[in-house]
Design a protein around this ligand. Structure first.
Ligand SMILES: [Fe+2]
Ligand SMILES: [Fe+2]
Length: 191
């Protein structure tokens, strides 16, 4: 277990579910920055001239995108089953911001899964036109995932989490915190 996860657990114990989800957003943004730097390197360096470094970057990229997909699956679940049901008492579920966020989860999950598969293909290929075509798909899908995810996170931080902080009672926050803890535990046990 890494330190970041330990930190997140301590926040859950503090019964502040919004802070927990905000920390996850911060960690996601940091991970996207690492991935972006790796993609920039792969885009700018022909594999023929820097084969060894390209191999390392492609392998790191695969690890990071796999981890990102796993973390986003759990994070979306924590929001969908942990926070949103309680928040919908205040905002409503249909034709409102929660419905928009749920649609974005579905869209991001679909592109992220496609990106993960393509990054897997790229990690096995080190030169030639097939590799170049795969890299281009990885770059295009990466742009799509990262821009959508950043916008989604910013929307949640600026709107949904602010509304949650002022609307939810302490009792509701504790209830959501316990649900987040349960969802995370169940998800990790069933992996
Ligand atoms: Fe979300
Ligand atoms: Fe989120």
């Amino acid at each position: 277990m890494d330190h970041k996860l330990d930190y997140r657990h301590s926040e859950i114990k503090n019964q502040d579910p919004i802070k927990t989800l905000k920390i996850e957003h911060l960690e996601t943004i940091q991970r996207l920055e690492m991935i972006e730097r790796s993609l920039q390197y792969l885009e700018s360096s022909p594999s023929r001239t820097a084969m060894k470094r390209c191999k390392i970057e492609q392998s790191r990229l695969r690890t990071w995108v796999n981890e990102l997909e796993g973390r986003m699956t759990l994070h979306f679940l924590m929001e969908e089953e942990g926070l949103f049901p309680t928040l919908s008492e205040y905002l409503g579920k249909e034709h409102g911001p929660i419905e928009v966020l749920l649609e974005e989860h579905t869209e991001i999950k679909a592109i992220l899964s496609e990106w993960k598969d393509e990054v897997g293909v790229l990690s096995q290929s080190f030169f030639g036109s097939v590799r170049d075509a795969s890299l281009q798909r990885v770059l295009d899908l990466g742009d799509a995932v990262m821009s959508r995810l950043r916008l989604h996170i910013s929307k949640e931080n600026q709107i949904i989490f602010k509304i949650s902080e002022v609307s939810l009672s302490e009792k509701e926050k504790n209830f959501v915190a316990q649900k987040l803890q349960y969802i995370e535990k169940t998800h990790l046990e069933n992996r």
